[in-house]
Design a protein around this ligand. Structure first.
Ligand code: FES
Length: 217
């Protein structure tokens, strides 16, 4: 990816950036209280009207990594959630949060080190990221998680995500999987998650990507 889709909003002490290729318009920023983002205003985002904590809080709500912030005082970008989570959303993507290492993630999007929405319907034109194609594709899965994994598994550390060619997401590292309901459903440190949309044991891969001829490119 190049940075042509990245729009930067510089302020006196912080610069917020927004990546249009990753945003799926969940609206967490626009609905946040305060004036960091105001629809119809030019510019839409103004870091100078908000305090550092408000900026950090609103940016970190973004579930896709499209929003990120850098502070000029060297205060860093953001810190990862202490527990890596994978949220299997209702009829939608997998929301990853934590200390993320996503293969194929561009270096120029700092938010992807902490937050990402990855496709699990197979229809995205921006794989491995979600681009909202699940809606047009009629993808239906409510995010139930039947297995429990290893309830005693540790937490913390890096979470590595490797999108395999024409196959699942191979996820390695301590993680907690949240069902669509928000329930902490599964814990463990190694899992293959379906990204073709065809598994009959979602969110886990059951090998059906071969039968349906899933192509990840
Ligand atoms: S990636 Fe969907 S069944 Fe394997």
């Amino acid at each position: 990816m190049t940075d042509k889709a990245i729009v930067r909003y510089p302020g006196k002490k912080a610069e917020v950036s927004w990546d249009g290729r990753l945003c799926i318009h969940i609206g967490e920023c626009g609905r946040a209280k305060g004036d960091l983002f105001v629809g119809g205003r030019q510019p839409w985002c103004d870091p100078d009207v908000s305090g550092d904590e408000e900026i950090r809080d609103v940016v970190m709500r973004c579930p896709t990594g499209a929003l990120s912030v850098e502070f000029g005082d060297g205060a860093g970008v953001e810190t990862p959630d202490p527990v890596n989570t994978v949220h299997v959303t209702y009829n939608g993507p997998l929301f990853f949060r934590g200390n993320l290492e996503i293969e194929e993630a561009p270096d120029d999007v700092p938010g992807l080190r902490f937050r990402a929405a990855l496709c699990r319907c197979g229809a995205s034109k921006n794989k491995p990221f979600c681009d909202n194609s699940h809606a047009d594709a009629g993808f239906a899965d409510y995010g139930a998680v039947g297995d429990v994994g290893n309830a005693g598994a540790a937490s913390g550390g890096a979470l590595h995500v490797a999108p395999s060619k024409d196959g699942p997401l191979i996820v390695s590292g301590n993680m907690t999987m949240l069902a669509g309901s928000g329930r902490a459903a599964w814990k463990g440190k190694q899992v293959a998650l379906c990204r073709c949309g065809a598994s009959e044991n979602k969110p886990f891969c059951d090998g059906r990507h071969k039968k349906v001829g899933f192509k990840s490119d």
